[in-house]
Design a protein around this ligand. Structure first.
Ligand code: SF4
Length: 661
């Protein structure tokens, strides 16, 4: 029997006892990814260095006199923390590849500076002296056996702060989001208990959560003790048994966690009786998974449409370009062939090239010259792409062929009809129809971003039109918010979707927060309904009940959602609602589609990115914008007018968004 457990393991066991037991039997530490920030460790390092230098502060801070204005104290603290951050950044060049995350880290440190300056206010004496008293200690390892028979619980607390009267707070810094609230509070409460057991200190547990704005959660000691007694310690006592006999570990009551579980595969092998997870696709709605070009619909036996005259023109053009590219490569002494006929897409030609023999790197070095010569001599813009061992030129089509929604709907009718929530994104260059599914665990909510002229409005219209095409209003309903009053105004669009609307299209942003609150209530009601019916999600529920009782999917679409991010209070309320819906609305059949033309780090912070699984980027202004949406560059090079990159859970795929009609 294991007699020692770490606080991290207690956190895991609180989420799922099997997660803890599997971590033990696999002999590796298990990190649960939900709501976590990749820069949490960096934040802790910077703050720990700060705690270590409190006794020898920078001269400008050390010289602040007693009674210095709070703004001045705050400014000096922020400078100090940011200097430590600069040291941290200089030591690791990989930070350069994540500018958005580094900005958030800097903002979190500024928030800490503000928080500390406020805590210093009640102290007398110079700020440097007060800070030494406040920062009672930084990180430290502590452990204790918390009752006579339980295991020893060990961990590293983040900091102890003392107030002006010497009362101690045990501090946990968190860059995780509030999906982790319960385990974070449990952790702080455990450290309070360990401190009391080994040092007789009566500390108040406090969680400082930076997202990157700071939210302080302090627990009243009696509440922390009650929480520990009823929820945490009974679990801790059972953990040694689960460690020695993993089969005894019960599964999590939070089955929505399984979709992101780091040991899901091992769990399935070790516990074959596992119930279907709340976020797994419902069994009755199972469908073949997409193949290697994931995100694409499974092929259907419908005949491809006859090539139009426009496509015949495109094919001739593409073949001429292939020959031109090969000739240019030859001219530079690099013999090459096209192993396949060029792909003639609606807006692009894809021309694959290969070396009959010899190293492919010769192609890479010659490709740049080919691009320049085609641009200067022929006025043709060409991109060159490396994908594993494959190389291809991507050429913008001089006369793009319009992609229309109607034919795509017909081609994918069977797939779309199977269940509500499926939609069409566009057509890929190779002719495949790119589809998505809101009931898929990886894409229950969508983020759509693109600058003015990128085709965002048309794409939103066609997404919604494809969602309603084969399903009655009783199966799916929409609430549309359009602050600029241009996106959902077209007569064709209104005609196609009006029966499915919850009410008139709204333009007032004040309307959004109450709607989000109503959706959260609806989600909780549906979860209670599912519990009573002993089902795990809307798909299963609808299979059990008669048609009039079936629940409809609800979709809230907000165009230009950046208009909601104006002041601190509404921003926090908005992000909090998104977090709550993002975490578990899918199983309840509630979905969000948020669109913006300003995908910068303020509008699309990590909490938005983490909670909206499906991402569609149209043309954006910069590679930074592209990375904010897709975690990779590329959208800045798109052609506009519906040319898009979509990440629907299984890689980024390029497509052309369709026009309505
Ligand atoms: S898959 Fe689910 S039940 Fe299994 S260990 Fe992970 S969270 Fe627990």
């Amino acid at each position: 029997m294991s007699e020692r457990v770490s606080v991290t393991e207690v956190r895991n066991a609180l989420r799922c006892p099997r997660l803890f037991a599997l971590g033990r039997s696999l002999g590796r530490s298990v990190a649960f990814p939900v709501g976590s920030s990749c820069l949490g460790a960096s934040f802790h390092r910077v703050v720990e260095r700060f705690a270590q230098t409190v006794s020898a502060p920078p001269a400008r801070f050390a010289q602040l006199p007693s009674g210095a204005a709070r703004d001045e104290v705050q400014a000096q603290l922020c400078d100090w923390l940011l200097e430590l951050l600069m040291d941290e950044l200089e030591q690791d060049p990989t930070y350069a590849s994540m500018p958005g995350e580094v900005d958030d880290l800097a903002e979190a440190l500024r928030e800490l500076g503000r928080h500390l300056s406020a805590r210093l206010d009640p102290f007398t004496g110079p700020p440097a002296q007060a800070l030494s008293a406040l920062m009672h200690s930084g990180e430290q390892a502590i452990e204790a056996r918390l009752n006579g028979t339980g295991p020893i619980v060990s961990g590293r607390l983040d900091a102890l702060y003392a107030d002006e009267r010497g009362r101690i707070d045990v501090i946990e810094y968190k860059l995780t989001d509030e999906a982790n609230d319960e385990v974070d509070r449990a952790q702080a409460a455990l450290y309070r208990e360990i401190l009391r057991a080994v040092r007789g200190v009566d500390a108040r547990p406090v969680v400082l959560r930076f997202s990157p704005l700071l939210r302080e959660v302090s627990m009243r000691p009696e509440h922390a003790d009650e929480f520990l007694r009823t929820r945490v310690l009974p679990l801790v006592e059972r953990m040694p048994d689960w460690a020695s006999e993993p089969a005894l570990a019960p599964e999590t009551p939070r089955q929505d966690l399984c979709a992101a579980c780091p040991v899901a595969r091992e769990c399935k092998e070790s516990y074959p009786t596992r119930l279907p997870a709340r976020d797994d696709p419902p069994v009755g709605a199972a469908r073949p998974r997409p193949g290697p070009s994931a995100g694409l619909c499974p092929p259907e036996p419908l005949p491809e449409p006859e090539p139009s005259e426009e496509d015949a023109v495109g094919r001739r053009e593409a073949e001429a370009l292939s020959a031109r590219i090969l000739k240019e490569l030859e001219r530079q002494g690099t013999s090459a062939v096209c192993p396949h006929p060029p792909v003639v897409g609606p807006t692009l030609y894809l021309i694959q090239v290969a070396r009959p023999r010899g190293a492919v790197r010769h192609l890479d070095s010659a490709a740049e010259d080919v691009r320049h010569r085609l641009a200067s001599q022929d006025g043709v813009e060409v991109e060159y792409e490396k994908r594993g061992g494959h190389r291809r030129f991507i050429v913008r089509r001089l006369q793009p062929r319009p992609v229309r929604l109607g034919p795509l709907l017909l081609r994918r009718r069977e797939y779309l009809t199977e269940r509500p929530g499926r939609f069409i994104v566009g057509q890929c260059p190779d002719g495949e129809v790119l589809c998505g599914d809101l009931s898929d665990a990886s894409t229950p909510h969508l983020l759509v971003a693109g600058q003015s002229g990128s085709g965002k409005s048309v794409l939103l219209q066609s997404l919604i039109a494809s969602l309603v095409q084969y399903h009655p209003p009783g199966a799916i309903r929409f609430t549309l918010v359009d602050p600029k009053r241009v996106t959902f105004n077209g007569a064709a669009f209104r005609g196609a979707v009006s029966a499915h609307l919850d009410g008139p299209v709204r333009s007032e942003v004040e309307y959004v927060l109450p709607v989000l609150e109503q959706l959260i209530q609806l989600m909780e009601e549906r979860y209670r309904l599912f519990e009573r019916a002993q089902v795990s999600d809307i798909g299963e529920y609808n299979e059990q009940v008669s048609p009039p009782e079936r629940l409809e999917r609800r979709v809230l679409v907000i165009d230009e959602f950046q208009d909601l991010i104006t002041d601190r209070a509404s921003t926090q309320a908005f992000f909090e609602s998104i977090r709550r819906l993002g975490a578990k609305a899918r199983a309840a059949g509630i979905h969000l589609i948020l669109a913006t033309q300003r995908p910068d780090r303020n509008v699309v912070p990590p909490i938005i990115r983490a909670n909206l699984g499906g991402k569609i980027a149209l043309q954006v202004a910069s590679a930074t914008n592209s990375r904010i949406i897709l975690d990779e560059g590329g959208a800045e090079k798109l052609l506009g007018k519906g040319d898009l990159l979509a990440s629907l859970g299984r890689g980024v795929v390029r497509a052309q968004g369709p026009l309505l009609g």
